[in-house]
Ligand binder design. Structure first.
Ligand code: FAD
Ligand code: UDP
Length: 364
């Protein structure tokens, strides 16, 4: 008899939902995590009374009631609404692209005036948009593309907008109302006690080994449990036999400042090419934390060098073709694969929870 019912590789949100449901079904789990803590990218750390989002700003948003009820049952969420601002050479614009943005950019005040300007600017794109640049211009026109999209996107992805897939920019809403809510979803918020509290509750009852890389001794760890759920990078699981999947990475620079309020908003995007970071996060604003100090993080895009974390899959045609080969191989394997890295997809947290709950519905 093996000691555990399930081995979970990677202690992120996907594995956490799985561990929680497994426990409910009376199953035992061993979790193996290569970082020094559980939580994956949603991990938060308390400093100066403030929950610091260690791996970038995380705002939970969803239109799926089942997902929202599930996470709120674990821990209460606050009513935070993400309303970031863009800073282009000191000019401040509201995001996402809405009447406040158009008014400041074009000096107009009505939806008709804004639509007319954008309509005129988008005529330069003929036919279906073939890349991110064409998609962006056809959504919001060249002026907004130039000031608020081009620089940010080229920093973030390390490529010219002409060489990026169009879908990346379709994530952002475009609205002809004065509404600065970054998301269209029905539900939105941040765990009142921090994401780490959510994660600790999800994994409570499971045995956890941190600082342990599954791939260093795959066969040994697989012998410890009847079944395995793997949430790490899929190409690494198969020893990169079809080639390496490309990712963008990030570098975070944190500063504790001796003042109460640094930028007046949780997220400020710096959209010009010349500033090397993409955004500054001021963590206290996510949960209205009371502290004499404030903590900010500058987020610098980076290539995926040795020892760095893979954050954003680069879902262009070439990488998607490689991924399909791994996906076929995974389908014929008795290990389960789940999460952002194993699926090589830009999953938000709600997609992650939804996919994990679906898997659990099938097996428990
Ligand atoms: P992960 O959190 O990546 O967990 C995988 C875990 O596996 C990691 O802990 C990793 O260390 C571990 N691991 C990998 N390989 C091994 C190995 N060989 N051995 C042992 N352990 C291993 N979503 C939103 O909804 N809203 C947001 O605002 C938002 N902002 C984001 C900002 C950034 C910068 C990033 C990168 C993502 C953001 N997301 C956001 C997405 C969110 O982070 C993911 O949906 C979620 O974290 C995915 O969980 P996961 O368990 O699939 O992956
Ligand atoms: N984007 C942009 N300007 C901005 C914000 C976003 O051009 O001020 C583009 C950029 O290409 C980014 C994409 O929109 O990768 C998606 O933005 P989102 O905020 O959803 O990115 P994430 O939070 O996932 O990094």
């Amino acid at each position: 008899m093996k000691k555990y019912d399930f081995l979970i590789v990677g202690s992120g949100l996907f594995g956490g939902v799985f561990a929680y449901m497994a426990k409910k079904a009376g199953k035992s789990c061993l979790v193996i995590e290569k970082r020094s803590h559980i939580g994956g990218n949603i991990y938060t750390e308390k400093r100066e009374g403030i929950d610091v989002h260690k791996y970038g700003a995380h705002i939970f948003h969803t239109s799926n009631k089942k997902v929202w009820d599930f996470v709120n049952e674990i821990t209460p969420f606050n009513n935070f609404i993400n309303s970031p601002v863009a800073n282009y050479k000191g000019e401040i614009y509201n995001l996402p692209f809405n009447m406040n943005t158009f008014s400041r950019m074009f000096g107009i005040s009505t939806p008709e005036e804004a639509a007319e300007i954008i309509e005129k600017q988008r005529t330069e794109i003929k036919g279906d948009p073939k890349n991110l640049e064409e998609q962006a211009i056809s959504l919001v026109g060249r002026d907004i593309y130039t000031k608020l999209i081009k620089g940010y996107t080229e920093k973030q992805w390390g490529r010219d907008c002409k060489n990026l897939p169009a879908f990346i920019i379709k994530r952002l809403p475009v609205r002809f109302t004065y509404d600065n809510n970054y998301f269209n979803d029905r539900y939105q918020g941040i765990p009142e006690k921090g994401y780490t509290h959510l994660i600790e509750k999800l994994y409570s009852g499971a045995d956890i080994m941190v600082n342990t890389d599954f791939l260093f001794d795959k066969e040994k760890y697989l012998k410890l449990a009847e079944n395995c759920l793997y949430t790490g990078p899929i190409d690494a699981f198969f020893d990169y036999k079809y080639g390496k999947l490309e990712y963008r990475s990030l570098r975070f620079e944190n500063e504790v400042l001796d003042r109460q309020n640094y930028q007046g908003v949780a997220v400020m995007n710096f959209t010009e090419r010349e500033i090397p970071y993409t955004r500054i996060i001021e963590h206290k604003h996510f949960a209205n934390a009371k502290s004499e100090k404030t903590i900010i993080t500058k987020e610098y895009p980076a290539t995926l060098a040795e020892g760095k974390e893979p954050y954003y899959p680069v879902n262009d045609e070439r990488n998607n073709e490689i991924y399909k080969k791994y996906e076929r191989e995974a389908a014929g394997c008795d290990v389960m694969f789940g999460g952002r890295l194993a699926n090589y997809k830009y999953f938000d947290m709600d997609d992650t929870v939804e996919a994990a709950l679906e898997l659990c519905d099938r097996i428990f």
